[in-house]
Write a new protein. Structure first.
Length: 478
């Protein structure tokens, strides 16, 4: 018996070593070359991060490092400050831009595994969570990009892990971590409070004796300092909405929320009533409230569109991603349904299953209420995070079945191999158009022209001259 246990332990150590090596390789291999360019959503932060390192201020020298005013009306306040860490560590611009997100990507599987262990105190779900997040195609590619939504997600997850610890010092440390995360991405400002509430609810549910609801209030009393995080989330939202936003040009983006987009709502309601026979129920069934509800349901279906999840990641709006592949592997979706079914069927995990399902359906709120263009990949990332966590539960169950264990493992390995091919052999080509490769070519041309003709001039005409200028500064390392 001891030999069996020692062999199993040896196999687990080998598997962990393999996953660790794969984690390092998948996040770091050819990082200075791939992706080969920066989309505008990264460039706007990269040039400011470079400026912070060189002169301690934004490029226009109007804002300092701790300013709460975004340098661009369409973007968040602090991603450039976080990204500047990469420019302290490397002089190669592409590598420097992606270093911070790579560090986040390397640590995210550990954070999620620690979150799983903190919630459920089980080694099997902890190991499975680590595995699925190491291999996840979504978080693999996001780790090698520098999108503000991934920054916000990492800080929210890190804050959640700290919040759920038993030590008071760690609970209090979660507050500044949440605060930094709040100023990383405009869309996720709305879900800081729901995310904290979701974590605390899940923490309570996993600690109810025999999962009896009469012990619910007793469990709430154990939260103590954890409730400060809820107060922080509410305070940040009020401070941002009442103090910061009115002073920012970004306040115009409020008109793109479905609740305030009166033009869209009026058009939908007027069209419905105009194309209906006169009836006494028109005002009840065709109004702004029903239009909002239908819009949000349509967006919710879009979040979980099988085409996006399994085949193509929005090539029209998410061309920066490996859009030739879905958000998940097919095997992950299968494990999702297995994990959800197992949690809901078992009495001891019934409330946990309901809680995770509730989180999946509600934490995509930024995608549901934005009446602008559909963009599910970034706005729904928290829902996709929980889907991956549910897949880990499915893996725990399947791993106990001798035959299906090897079937799932084989399919998983083939899926990872396919995504490796997609990322390292197709993505270098298909990403160039969306990544504004022409701006890098232009920057290189200007550098070569100046070297050959020091007194010569190059005039550039384009729809977005500021990005052409930033690209020149960035790629020429000025």
């Amino acid at each position: 018996m001891k030999k069996i246990f020692s062999q199993l332990a040896r196999l687990e150590n080998i598997a962990f070593a393999f996953l660790l090596i794969f984690l390092l390789w998948s996040r770091l291999f050819q990082l200075s070359k791939l992706p080969a360019t920066l989309p505008h959503d990264e460039m706007v932060y990269a040039i400011q991060a470079q400026s912070f390192v060189l002169q301690g201020k934004t490029l226009d020298q109007r804002q300092g490092f701790f300013s709460l005013r975004p340098s661009h009306i369409m973007y968040a306040e602090w991603p450039a400050q976080v990204m500047s860490l990469g420019f302290l560590l490397s002089k190669q611009p592409l590598l420097a831009t992606h270093l911070t997100s790579v560090l986040m990507g390397l640590t995210l599987p550990f954070l999620m595994a620690l979150l799983a262990y903190t919630l459920w105190q089980r080694a099997d779900i902890t190991k499975a969570t680590f595995m699925v997040f190491v291999l996840s195609p979504l978080f693999w590619q996001m780790s090698r990009l520098s999108y503000d939504s991934f920054y916000a997600l990492w800080f929210y997850v890190a804050g959640g892990v700290l919040l759920l610890q038993s030590k008071r010092s760690l609970e209090l440390l979660s507050l500044p971590v949440f605060t930094v995360g709040f100023f990383q991405y405009q869309g996720f400002k709305l879900i800081l409070l729901p995310w904290i509430g979701f974590l605390l609810l899940l923490w309570i549910v996993t600690r109810l004796p025999d999962h009896k609801l009469r012990s619910f209030w007793r469990a709430i009393l154990q939260l103590r300092y954890k409730l400060l995080a809820l107060l922080l989330g509410l305070s940040l939202m009020l401070f941002y909405g009442l103090v910061l936003l009115p002073k920012q040009d970004a306040s115009v983006r409020l008109s793109s929320l479905i609740f305030t987009d009166t033009e869209y709502l009026s058009r939908v309601v007027d069209t419905e009533r105009r194309l209906s026979l006169n009836n006494p129920l028109a005002s009840v069934l065709s109004n702004k409230a029903t239009a909002i509800g239908l819009f949000m349901l349509q967006r919710l279906v879009g979040v979980f569109n099988p085409n996006t999840l399994l085949l193509l990641i929005e090539p029209n709006v998410s061309g920066f991603s490996v859009w030739t592949h879905g958000v998940f592997y097919w095997v992950e979706l299968a494990l999702l349904f297995v994990g959800l079914a197992v949690l809901l069927v078992r009495a001891k995990t019934h409330l946990t299953g309901l809680g995770l399902l509730f989180g999946v359906l509600t934490l995509c709120l930024p995608a549901l209420i934005n009446s602008g263009g559909e963009w599910y990949l970034l706005r729904s990332m928290f829902s996709y995070l929980l889907v991956t966590l549910l897949a880990a539960w499915g893996l725990v169950y399947v791993w106990r079945l001798p035959f299906w264990r090897y079937v799932v493992l084989g399919v998983y390995l083939l899926s990872v191999l396919n995504f490796t091919y997609q990322y390292f052999y197709r993505y270098p080509i298909i990403s160039l158009d969306w990544g504004n490769f022409d701006e890098r070519v232009l920057a290189r041309y200007i550098v070569l022209h100046q070297a050959q003709y020091p007194e010569g001039q190059v005039r550039v005409y384009g729809p977005e001259p500021e990005y052409d200028f930033w690209s020149y500064l960035f790629y020429s390392r000025l």
